[in-house]
Design a protein around this ligand. Structure first.
Ligand code: C5P
Length: 409
């Protein structure tokens, strides 16, 4: 099954008898991990009720372009921004014509015009309408604009005819949507990523840890896997499920994380340290629980190994990316970290209450020896993809090769 976890899919439903299959499609997209919102045309609402699609998507359905309620909350521009991908299924001849000619006559065509997300369409219509030169010309126009045309399938049609015009099967549509996120930019490369917090035991029941949820590291691991790399995710304790298409190594303490990374590092091309590794651990971790007799208790801490700095110092080591979580003076601290750790790239973010840790969106300042740039505040899944695009570009420059040929072994 294709994985669409953390993906925001806007399903557009236009008017055609195949709209009766849309609820099933919504269900399958959600099963694949996607968050789904539905926008439907007025004609689609003749075939299937908005209420049905609301029930299966778990979200209000959008249908009016100038709906007062929608405009104040999730208007067409917000919907267009929200989507990671737009899937229009079924795509009627009328909708495809509007899309090809830049129409903004209803919500669906307007969202398609306003979005920067990739668009996948699943044409469904009578076979004569599909074969008509006008439709053929529209399809050609759309293909030239990098719009993915999925289907139509050939077979018996609701109108009693047989031929091309049936909406493509849901599993083919899911694969087409997943393919949009598969870039191949790191194919042939091995990437090790650390994520989450570490736990440093004080005694058998207590530990020193931090607020890292692991969300950012997991989202980066997913984006790296989608770029075709072999991914090893070395994860501290989190509540997150292991993403598809990678190997997860579970660790608890900084020293375990260090060891797990070192076990993998020899043939690694890129190392991304996202984990909030505890800088110190209690010097003693007794076998018994500390009893609360004393009025004062001193826990002595000793320094943990610095995983990122160790990896960055390896002769002939991987391209290294570190994170810098700061509460103030972001750029200054990030630059110091770039130098002190010897990393190739530092991604810096602000943390504090409701910032960085545990929340769903974030912004990043990227810093390397040639300069800095900002990735503005956005959802962590999208930010992760933007960061991975930057890593791919810089890694290719760093190794002086096409990223697909940059593997050192
Ligand atoms: O020194 P600081 O903890 O601020 O550095 C953050 C960066 O260094 C992150 O990329 C983090 O994953 C990494 N790090 C590490 N090992 C440590 C401490 C931090 O890899 N012991």
């Amino acid at each position: 099954m294709s994985s669409l976890s953390n993906k925001s899919v806007l399903l557009g439903v236009s008017g055609g008898i195949a709209a009766y299959k849309s609820p099933d499609l919504v269900r399958r997209l959600r099963e694949a991990g996607a968050e789904v919102r539905v926008a439907m045309s007025a004609n689609a609402a003749q075939f299937i009720t908005p209420l049905t699609l609301q029930a299966v998507s778990g979200r209000p359905v959008h249908h009016a372009l100038l709906d007062q309620a929608a405009e104040s909350g999730m208007g067409h521009i917000e919907l267009a921004r929200w989507a990671d991908v737009v899937l229009v299924a079924p795509a009627s001849a009328n909708f495809l014509s509007g899309l090809a000619h830049g129409a903004a006559s209803d919500l669906l065509t307007t969202v398609c015009l306003a979005t920067t997300a990739p668009i996948v369409v699943a044409p469904a219509m009578n076979q004569q309408m599909w074969s008509n030169t006008a439709t053929r010309d529209n399809i050609q126009l759309l293909s030239r604009r990098d719009i993915t045309i999925c289907g139509p399938a050939t077979g018996d049609q609701a109108c009693g005819e047989t031929g091309p015009g049936r909406m493509q099967d849901p599993h083919e549509l899911l694969a087409a949507v997943a393919a949009v996120f598969t870039t191949g930019g790191l194919a042939g490369n091995k990437v090790v990523i650390t994520a989450g917090p570490t736990w440093e035991a004080i005694d058998p029941v207590r530990a020193i840890t931090n607020h890292s949820s692991g969300k950012m590291g997991y989202a980066i691991a997913q984006a790296v896997a989608e770029s075709g790399a072999e991914v090893v995710l070395v994860s501290g304790p989190t509540a997150l499920a292991a993403p598809h298409g990678m190997r997860r190594v579970d660790v608890v303490s900084a020293r375990e994380m260090y060891q797990a990374v070192m076990d993998e590092i020899d043939d690694t091309d890129v190392f991304i340290g996202v984990a909030a590794v505890a800088d110190y651990r209690p010097s003693r971790n007794g076998l018994q629980k500390i009893k609360k007799h004393a009025e004062r208790l001193t826990v002595e801490l000793v320094k943990n190994p610095d995983i990122l700095a160790t990896v960055a110092a390896l002769p002939n080591g991987p391209y290294t990316v570190g994170f810098s979580a700061e509460t103030e003076a972001l750029e200054q601290h990030a630059r110091e970290k770039l130098m002190s750790k010897g990393a190739d790239l530092i991604a810096a973010n602000e943390v504090g209450f409701n910032k960085g840790f545990g929340v769903d969106d974030n912004a990043l300042l990227l810093l390397d020896r040639s300069g800095s740039m900002t990735l503005p505040r956005m959802r962590k899944s999208r930010l992760a993809r933007a960061l991975v695009d930057e890593i791919i570009r810089r890694y290719a420059e760093h190794s002086g090769q096409d990223p697909r040929q940059a593997h050192r072994h």
